[in-house]
Structure formats: C-alpha cells, structure tokens
Design a protein around this ligand. Sequence first.
Ligand code: 3HC
Ligand code: NAI
Length: 705
Amino acid sequence: MPDNHQPDRGLHLERSGNILIVILDNPPVNALGLRVRRGLLAALRQAQSEEQIHALLLLGSGKNFAAGADIREFNQPRQPPLLREVCDQIETCTKPVIAAIAGNALGGGLEVAMAAHYRLAVKGSRLGLPEVNLGLLPGAGGSQRSVRLIGAEAALDLMLSGRPLSAEQALELGMVDRLGLDARVDGLVYAHELLADRCGVRRSSELTTRLADSAAQQAAIDAARTKLPTQFRGLFSPALIIDCVAAACEQPFAAGCQFEAAQFQRCLASPQHRALLYAFQAERAAAKLPDTTGLAIAAFSQAGVIGGGTMGAGIAVVMLEADLQVTLLERDEQSLAAGLSRVEEFYRQRVSKKRLSATAAAARLAKLRGTTEYRDLATADLVVEAVYEDLAAKQAVFRQLDSHCKPGAILASNTSYLDIAAIAAVTNRPQAVIGLHFFSPAPVMRLLEIVVPPQAAAEVIASAVVLARRLGKVPVRTGICDGFIGNRIMSVYRRAAEAMLEDGASPYQIDTAVREFGFAMGPFQILDVAGGDIAWATRKRRAAQRDPQERYVQIADRLCEQGWFGQKSGRGWYRYEPGSNHGVQDPAVLEIVARERERAGVTPRPFSAEEIVRRYLAAMINEGANLLAEGIALRPLDVDVVLLAGYGFPRYRGGPLYYADKIGLARVLDDITTFAAEDPQFWRPSPLLIRLVEQGQTFASLNAE
Ligand code: 3HC
Ligand code: NAI
C-alpha cells in the first residue's frame, strides 16, 4: 500500500510487509537528478533506522528503471550528494537491497543497480553503460563494480561499445541474478526468498572471483588498447575507460573509485563531452517542430512501398522492423520477384549472422506481400515511392496513388533531389504529399529528411515526425531545394574537394585529411561506395542550368566515361579486388588527374592536410548558413543533425555549425574571403555568416531563438 508519495523526491515509497519499496518516479526517463539522489539517501536512512524494515526493493516507474545521471545537470556546478556517494550508501546499507529492472537501466541507472546487493531483470529490459556516447565514462563506481561482476572483457565491451545488454545476456554474464516477468511481483518474491534464506548483503565491491585470473583480465585490457587507434580513433574517453578497468583489476576498490572519479572529471571538462551532449540534445530537438504541437497524429499500421530496388527494399525492411504490414508494389512480376527477394535476402543475412532468430525473421516476412496492382494499396495509411529518379515517372506513380489510396493516407516520395511540390501538384490532395528522404542503406542509416512542400498539411508533417521516431530514425524537417539540406550541402563540399583535386591535391590525400579530421569516409571513397554513375547523372541533369562562369572540374566525368563507377565496377577512384570493398590507390587515376590538370591549364600546387580540411569545412558551413537564410533549414541544429546522422560528420565535433561556433565564425569568414580571391564565383560568403560576424553572434544564438 502507498506509504508516502513524495513527488519532490522524484521517487515514492511503498511497503509490502517488512520490505520498503522505493519507486524511482522522475518522468520522462527517471534520470537521477539532485532530488532523486536526495530522495534515495532519505529512503536508505529510513530503511536503516526502522527496525521493521528488513530489505529494500528498488523499482522504476514507467518505461525505464533509470536512464542515468540527469544530463541537464552537466552544464551546472555539481551538487551533492553525487551519484557516486548514493551508490556507496546503497552498497553499505546493512539490509539487503534488491534492484528489479524493467525497461532501461542505463549509465548511472545501471550503476545504482550494480551497487544494490541483488539484481533481477525483466525480459525486454536493457542494461547498459552508454556514457561513452556522451564522451564520458561511468562516474559512480560503474567501471569498478562492472569488472568485479562480469570481468574485464565483458565490462570493457559494455563501456566501450555503449551497447546495452538484454536481460538474458545480463543473466548469462552475471550482471543480474535472475530474470522475471514483472519487476514488482518477481522482485518482491525474490526479496522474500533472500530474507527467508538469510542471505544478507552481498557487496559488488567485495566480489573477487572475476579478478582471480589476472592474466585473462590483462589480456582483455591489452586487446582493448590495440583497438584504440582504429575503432575509437579521435575519441577521448575510451582510453580513460580502459585505464579505469586496469585500475579495477590492479587496485583496491576505493582507490579504483578515486581514480575513476578523477577520469570522469576530465571527461566532463572535455570539449568532446560538450559536443556529444549537444549532438544528443540536437537530435531530440530536431524532432520537435515549432508548428506541430497539439495536432492530430495519424495511426500507422499498413504501409505501401513503390519500387523494390535498393531504396524501396530497404525502406520495406525499415517498415517491417517497426511492425507495419507492408505491401511492395513493382512495375511487373519480374521486378516484383527481384524486389521481394532483396527483402528476403536482408533477413537471410540477419539470420545467418545470428542477429535475428529464424522465427523472428519469418514473423517479419509474414507481414510483407507483393503486388503490381495499385488497388492493393487502398487501405494503406502511408505509401513511400522509391522508383527511378525521374520526375515524369514519379508523377505517374502519384496519379495512381491519388486515385487508389484512401483519404487521409500520407503519400511520400523518397526522391533525392526532385521538387516534391511538382509531384504533389499532379494529385488532388497536395496537402497529403511530402518527401521522406531515407538514406542508403535504409535499415542502417539513422537520418530521415522530412521534406515539406508549401501545401503540406501540418498534421501530415507532425505524423511523419512521429512515424520517423517509430521507425527508429532521426527526423529533420527540410524545405524544398535541389538536394534538400544534406545533398545540397554535399554537392558544395564535393565541388570544393574537386577543385582542390584539380589544383594539386590527390584524391587519396583529400580522403586521408578528411578522415583524419574524423569523418567516417573521404569524399572520393564515398563516391566509390555510392556509385560514381549516380553523381554523374546528377551533373548531366544540371548541365543545362550550370552557370558558364562556374568552375567545372571534369576529372570525375573522365573516370565515369571509362565505366569506373567505384565498388560496383571494381574500379573508381580506388581499385577493388573481386569481392573486396577495400580500395587501393590507383596510379591510372593519378595519370587521368594529371592529364586533366594539364588540359585545364592548371599548374598543380601542394596542399597541406590542414588547408584541405579548412576548405572542405568552410564550404559546408557556408552552404549551411545559406540554407538557414533561405528557410530550408529551420535551425542550425537541423543542419548539424543532418550532417551527423547522414553524412558521417564526426559526432564528437558536434556538427559543422557547432564546430564553426567553436573555431570562431570570424575565422571561417576570413577563410572564405581568402579563397574567394582565386574563385569568387564558388566562394561567396553567405550573407547570414557575414551578419553573424558583424553582430558578434554565433549559430547557437539562432538555435535559442
Ligand atoms: N537525463 C535527462 N534527460 C534525459 C536523459 C537523461 N539521462 N535521457 C533522456 N532524457 C530526456 C531526453 O532528452 C528527452 O527529453 P525531451 O522530451 O525534452 O526531448 C526525453 O528524456 C525522452 O528521451 P528520448 O526521446 O531519447 O526517449 P526514448 O524513449 O527514445 O529513449 C532512452 C529513452 C533510451 C533512455 C534515451 O533517452 C537515452 O539513451 N538516454 C540517455 C541515456 C544515457 O546516456 N545515460 C547515461 C547518462 S551519463 C551518466 O549516467 C553518468 C553517470 O555514470 C555518473
Ligand atoms: P533502383 O534503380 O535501385 O530502384 C528503382 C526501382 O523502382 C526498380 O526496382 C524499378 O523496377 C522500380 N520502378 C521503376 N518504375 C516503377 C514504376 N513505375 N512502378 C513501380 N516500380 C517502378 O533505384 P534506387 O537507388 O532504389 O532509388 C530510388 C529512389 O530513391 C530515387 O528517387 C533515388 O533518387 C532515391 N534515393 C536513392 C538513394 C541511393 O543511395 N540509391 C538514397 C536516397 C534516395
């Protein structure tokens, strides 16, 4: 029965016989902010002082046990009690403390559970130490307790990957003691059993079994260190996480904790933490559109996908993963069979890589059907078109959709560049037509641009945002222009890279410099992965509108004319052995580059890695500012999220506009002005950038508006 509901504590207390139940209750995610920490200490004091209480049961309310430290407190001075002290108090409590986890126990949330004496997890819950994703490490004893509970190898994996464990995995590793179906019911049963068996307290800090094999622990630590330069390139906190694990293996618990506290403090003060925290918050803010609150949100249960090629098949998978019924429509039976088999192949791979059980894959595929008839889309709540990038072809599809789909259905195009308004105009319901721009491979890439033509209804946009979250995507609203936010910025920094190429930098030097900055790939590598023919087709399409004054570097065209499209043709900017995606440098490419420089009358000059990166980023930042000024991107954070979630911008640098603020907008403008001296047509400083510099403002000031 309820004991004392204390909303000011962020938790409430109940009693069941001699067990005090502490229910974390701090919506939305039970973050362990100051009042929760105070509340937990008060609850512990009460349990210690009341003789009739024999044990404590920790539960979370809602969908989470606890999502960790309250990230909103990271920008403020830290206020005691720190979570570390709370965890120590939990562990030193003389009455058994049992944590029963349902939902997410992440970061500090799992640290609280690890400080408890016994742990139960409900099936479906997720237990993780994702601090690394925020540039941090567990700061409440988690690096020390996890090693004692599950050993160095598993603890390193948990902390370095940031990936949560399932309840079953946690049980197998020894992170939890048993599984349950209901945290409260099974937690109480467990607590009573422990009391009946007189189990007493069992402190994680005093466990020694895992540490006994010191050679195995050391081997795990050494193995993790060798991965630092590749898997964790450029990142600050992973090396410190490994140091903390080493401390856990070598030092007494208290000394290890002290070491951890010092490393946590270093992370907290690091620029990488601030950038990663910004990225986390920007992704959530991007999903909040100013004009969509309070609107009726469509319910989605059936989806249609038109075209079963690379994107259509991938989008069908995304929909199936979100438990939607999917109808895939192709132009003829043969193409339909090919499209359906692409989806089936995806699931075959998942099963063979043991990422999904055969039963689960079969259940997903049971929700997929194929057709060549538009009437089979009559009940769909949403249809995404992914046919060839051709306006007339897309318009023909939308005419069909308009005459067959039910009123209220959302009709979306996955076009990369085309004008959605021109597609919407052929229907009698332009208010229902938007762009949903998925990225390739659709099941993997997190970004989803929601392309909003002027006629789109606010309900449709709001519903698309909700759908995007359900699909596990990061939605960003974009207005209409050639390429929307992402591809438009990309075409500009790609041009900057091509100009450097013609002026003297090699493609390999450019790719290396860009990767060294932290991008997942350089621009020429990306072209080889995506297929040079796609960008070539876009260049040809735009040729008629190209300003004759514009510098046009033809080197990529020369490669395409030879049929060198990248990985798919075994040759592009790099050479690929059959069956390998690993590109090696190709002297023949360098010969073509040299010939083209000569033809263009360019005397090559040397480029430093620093200059390459400065030019690449200046192009990106300047075009980001243009998109803001034109209202295509709503806020600087939208530009940042697009580049982070869809274009491999290093997350620990926060995104191009965040980065621009950090290095100083005056410096960026200076660079652009300098570059403009040699190519004034390309390097035109954005009026918004000029205004911000003149007013001494930052892009961040526009996020706050
Ligand atoms: N503190 C404060 N607010 C948080 C939070 C946290 N730890 N985690 C999430 N939130 C907020 C979000 O910002 C969002 O706020 P908004 O509604 O104002 O935008 C709201 O909670 C809901 O979050 P999501 O939209 O992400 O909800 P989901 O249901 O999709 O996901 C989640 C829930 C899996 C818990 C996800 O929010 C998440 O991964 N959170 C971060 C977890 C994390 O990194 N924890 C470690 C923190 S660092 C730490 O614990 C240090 C310790 O070692 C000392
Ligand atoms: P694709 O060529 O792999 O697939 C197109 C599919 O559409 C083919 O299976 C074809 O049979 C089918 N199709 C053609 N006309 C049709 C019609 N009238 N009715 C039904 N089906 C029809 O093309 P891809 O790469 O999947 O691209 C599709 C769309 O997605 C394009 O608009 C493209 O710009 C966009 N896009 C592509 C990305 C990529 O990386 N490939 C990334 C993001 C968007």
